[in-house]
Design a protein around this ligand. Structure first.
Ligand code: SAM
Ligand code: SF4
Length: 364
């Protein structure tokens, strides 16, 4: 075997062991240290949420303003190549294993399947997932699957057309339902539904969504309403807590029982109906924050690192990506953000201050 082939083989072995990553700089091959993204509380960050756009084709009242939304100019968005370069570096040098694409609505970003393919070629990136409102899923599901996507979360708060219009300010329920059906037919092995749980609103949708979970086998997950709405009208009294939802579903459909968590840092606690038909998840970000187990960080559409949804600080990496800066400088910048991560989101403290950026603009 000649020298180049030997170095190539060594590179592949080291990278697949995820042990001592190797970077090629010009024609010099240098060994780079492995730098896990550990914060000051010992949490290791292996899970990245990437927002690909802040644009959206819905206007959910708990997320976006009704009108006059100021979107980022297109030139400010990271390109697919910039996102891929960043993710590849994080995987190889920092042990990132999972990426979720989100937004805004990720499927309004032209040719999203190209990004999925690019990410799919990154060695040791174990999972690529997508969160979508499902409106464009019918058109794109096959293309996304062919590009390598396997995990989809679809957001749907109600099965009632009038309520859907009221919640999202758009008349698109049929498209979302069709999108879910196409995704099932295409054969995605992991499809979940997400619904925001709001007191005085979601109670009426619980039974029909629970029944949907039982009929389709798709897990429906209820996310406690968080203070990330554009109108800043969140109030604690508006949060519908998991405990109450479990009572309503158990009384109205069938007794729910908790399922043992397979991953300790999964935010959702799953329950199953005791007759074995259907699963429901609860993401109790307000009543039972999972901050102590949090392994997530975020990249906004315009290239800012956020160490928490509720953070008030961001760290810009776009210019570093555009200048093709040395990797260690990029990692230093990410570490700077991760190191500053607080112990928890503090929603339940008197000093809590809602972040200025609402959910759609951060990337939920
Ligand atoms: N547009 C896509 C969608 O709706 O799935 C992806 C982005 S959206 C911001 C991601 C998730 O955040 C959705 O499941 C949405 O329901 C959830 N979300 C938005 N605002 C929220 C809030 N104030 N509290 C809790 N969840 C929220
Ligand atoms: Fe758009 Fe998703 Fe926000 Fe609804 S929750 S407005 S679909 S970004």
């Amino acid at each position: 075997m000649n020298r180049t082939a030997t170095v190539g083989l060594a590179n592949r072995i080291f990278r697949s062991l995820h042990f001592l990553p190797v970077q090629r700089t010009g024609n010099i091959t240098s060994l780079n240290t492995y730098r896990p993204l550990t914060d000051s509380f010992g949490r290791v960050h292996t899970n990245l949420r990437v927002s690909v756009t802040d644009r959206c084709n819905l206007r959910c009242f708990y997320c976006m303003p009704a009108e006059n939304v100021q979107f980022l100019p297109r030139k400010e968005l990271l390109s697919f190549e910039e996102i891929t370069r960043f993710v590849e570096c994080m995987v190889r040098r920092c042990g990132l294993t999972k990426v979720r694409l989100t937004g805004g609505e990720p499927l309004v970003r032209h040719d999203l399947h190209r990004l999925i393919s690019q990410l799919g070629s990154i060695v040791n990136l174990r999972q690529i997932a997508l969160t979508t409102n499902g409106v464009l899923l019918g058109q794109q599901a096959q293309q996304l699957f062919d590009a390598g996507l396997r995990h989809i979360n679809i957001s749907l708060d109600t099965l009632d057309r009038e309520k859907f219009k009221q919640y999202t300010r758009r008349d698109n329920l049929d498209k979302v339902l069709a999108g879910i059906e196409v995704a099932r037919q295409v054969g995605f092995p992991s499809i979940k539904l997400n619904a925001v749980a709001i007191q005085g609103m979601t109670e009426e949708d619980l039974i029909s969504l629970g029944q949907f979970a039982r009929d389709t086998g798709i897990e429906v997950r209820f996310i406690e309403y968080m203070p990330l709405d554009a109108d800043q009208s969140w109030e604690r009294e508006k949060v519908l807590y998991a405990a109450k939802m479990i009572r309503i579903l158990s009384d109205g459909l069938c007794q729910l029982q908790p399922v043992e968590k397979r991953q300790k840092n999964a935010p959702a606690q799953s329950y199953e109906f005791i007759d074995g038909r259907g699963k429901i998840g609860f993401i109790s970000s307000v009543s039972h924050p999972f901050c102590t187990q949090c392994n997530r960080f975020r990249l906004t559409a315009e290239g800012k690192i956020r160490n928490c949804l509720f953070s008030h600080e961001e760290t810009d990496i776009r210019e570093l990506l555009r200048q093709e800066t040395a990797e260690d400088q990029l990692i230093d910048r990410v570490m700077q953000s991760v190191s500053a991560k607080k112990e928890g989101h503090e929603i339940n403290t008197a000093s809590f201050l809602q972040p200025e950026r609402p959910m759609y603009s951060i990337g939920g």
